[in-house]
Design a protein around this ligand. Sequence first.
Ligand SMILES: Nc1nc2c(ncn2[C@@H]2O[C@H](COP(=O)(O)OP(=O)(O)OP(=O)(O)O)[C@@H](O)[C@H]2O)c(=O)[nH]1
Length: 377
Amino acid sequence: MLLTNHTMVEQLKLTERRIEQIKKLFDLTQTDEENMQAAEPFITRNLDWIVEEFYAKQLTHLEVEIVIGDSDTLQRLKNSMRGYIQEVFSGKFDEHYVSARLRVGKVHKRIGVSPALYMAAVRLLWDILSDQFEKDHLEGNCSREEVDKRQRSLTKLLMFDVQFVFETYTGALVAEVEKAKLELEHYAHDLAETVAKQTRELKEFSCQDGLTRLLNHRAFYERMRVELAGCARRKEPLTLIYFDLNGFKGLNDMQGHVAGDQMLVMIGKCILASIRETDIACRYGGDEFCIIMPGATNGQAKDVCERLIQCFIARQEGEDIAFSIGICQTGPDKFLSADELVNAADKRMYTAKNASRDTAGFWLCDSQETLGKYGRL
Ligand SMILES: Nc1nc2c(ncn2[C@@H]2O[C@H](COP(=O)(O)OP(=O)(O)OP(=O)(O)O)[C@@H](O)[C@H]2O)c(=O)[nH]1
């Protein structure tokens, strides 16, 4: 419901019938309307004086002066009070009348009139108007009995008004609480999202090697176990490529660690450029890297190694670095454990490394016996 499309009377479901019910509760009858109408000529004649008297007395309280705050507001309030008194003595307490009272409650809440100030003002108004009835009687316009009747009617009417004012006053309070609650819910929701995002980032971060952004050693083993289980279930092979740089220490010593780091980053990029999306690239530690290839055979792993070597040669800038590569396939029927597979690939990598010590270059070992030397195609 768009609040601005509905009057306050509509929002509070104050139908004509409901207003009549409330009037009954306050015993506000046709006679009261007539009593107010009867007082109207005298009140209208003295309206300006009544309003001035009301505010003169109100402004003896510092609290009231602070709430009113300035002369423009005081003037506006005097005009509203004039209108209100006229409505009171019009004797027509219909939907329009109720609507005006509801607005008063809302405005009071907004400008910070406390219930105590409001009730004190109602009492003062009753006093001043009551005195007017007495004066009307003294001038011979009405009987003593009529004064009593008017006073009783005025009491009922002011009580009738007060409950409408409080209806919107408390409604505005509740709306404020609802708004604060909503803001809090939004804040909590945003906070939960931020925490979830940061947790995701933290998790990613904890799985990543800070330099190359490949999976780190810990994440490598986690993925390896998951992938081994998946391949065993699907009866597919899994092949691990394990390689280590040759002469990397020399590069660090000669050109410094920054150049060494750049080389490691470049190797990470070459790996990613050489593998499929389903393959998993890791930095095992130092200058050692691994590629898990679920569903792949030795032969397919060798193809990846060739692409990787070509990519590396193309990007190398005069450094004398090569790789020693061990490849090990497991499955599709019998599977090694993650540790067994790493050890087997590591052993083959060392076979390749030994060969590279006799003849420099890219050496690859994919079984106990099969060694190959790779280079520029
Ligand atoms: N720049 C850089 N160097 C690293 C990093 N991690 C390890 N290293 C260095 O990598 C080198 C690895 O030493 P080695 O295993 O002897 O490497 P190598 O010179 O290639 O020797 P072989 O493996 O026997 O061929 C050491 O000097 C480490 O300090 C790193 O993150 N950045």
